[in-house]
Design a protein around this ligand. Structure first.
Ligand code: AP5
Ligand code: MG
Length: 215
């Protein structure tokens, strides 16, 4: 029961919960956003194509994203299972995912929708930052490190903020979510694998809701 999708608007808490699941259950987080940001940083061809699109808050093309995930799910660390965070985001990606899993003899166990009020998303996103060294996630108000300015996980004092985490880009990202990603929910509902959790709850409470679905 270890192949799942976390689906939700930008800032819904997909990354936060995927990292928790990875730490607690040993199933790997596959964040297409993180993969693209790594590609941008490395200056690869994909990174060059993706940067302007991501900075504008629009979706990178399906063919790039599908190829990226298809390659990733076949890596050895995915053997115990994976949590898809940020993929699929379009109907074409959802269909391609089904086809690639079928080819690998795998099936999706759960698609977990994280529901949140749109009005809090901007606040969550604009206050977000991560450890530059280990990638642990924080928030100016909702998830502060135990010692101010020091990462809880690795002790680093360097943090970064995402280029697309500003109020203006969030509007475009939300629009993409409503128009391109939300329409895939019925696809999973029909298959009987869609569950919802209340993403407005405290971080640990959301984690408990997800665990209840998985166990
Ligand atoms: P991506 O990186 O996936 O960004 P996103 O979907 O916009 O989602 P976020 O990462 O912003 O939110 P999250 O749900 O992970 O929230 P988090 O846990 O950090 O994609 C970025 C871009 O890449 C896209 O715009 C697109 O251009 C491209 N892309 C990626 N995948 C693609 C694909 N498949 N196809 C095409 N293009 C693609 O939480 C947010 C903040 O809130 C944090 O600070 C956290 O501490 C806090 N928080 C979390 N949970 C709670 C809670 N319960 N209570 C209070 N605070 C909370
Ligand atoms: Mg994320």
């Amino acid at each position: 029961m270890n192949h799942l999708i976390l689906l939700g608007a930008p800032g819904a808490g997909k990354g936060t919960q995927a990292r928790k699941l990875q730490d607690e259950r040993g199933i790997v987080q596959l964040s297409t956003g993180d993969m693209l940001r790594a590609a941008v940083k490395s200056g690869s061809e994909i990174g060059k194509k993706a940067k302007a699109i991501m900075d504008a808050g629009k979706l990178v093309s399906d063919d790039i994203m599908i190829a990226m995930i298809e390659e990733r799910v076949q890596q050895p660390d995915c053997k115990k299972g994976f949590i898809l965070d940020g993929f699929p985001r379009t109907a074409a990606q959802a269909e391609a995912l089904d086809a690639m899993l079928a080819k690998l003899g795998l099936a999706l166990d759960h698609v977990i929708e994280m529901t949140v009020d749109e009005k809090i998303l901007t606040e969550r996103i604009v206050g977000r930052y991560t450890c530059a060294k280990c990638g642990a996630g924080y928030h100016d108000a909702f998830q502060k490190p135990k010692v101010a300015g020091v990462c809880d996980v690795c002790g680093s004092r360097e943090f970064t903020r995402r280029a697309d985490d500003n109020a203006e880009t969030v509007r475009t990202r939300l629009d993409a979510y409503r128009k391109q990603t939300q329409p895939i929910l019925p696809y999973y509902r029909t298959k009987g694998i869609l569950k919802s959790v209340d993403g407005m709850a405290e971080i640990d409470d959301v984690a408990r809701q997800i665990s209840a679905i998985l166990d």
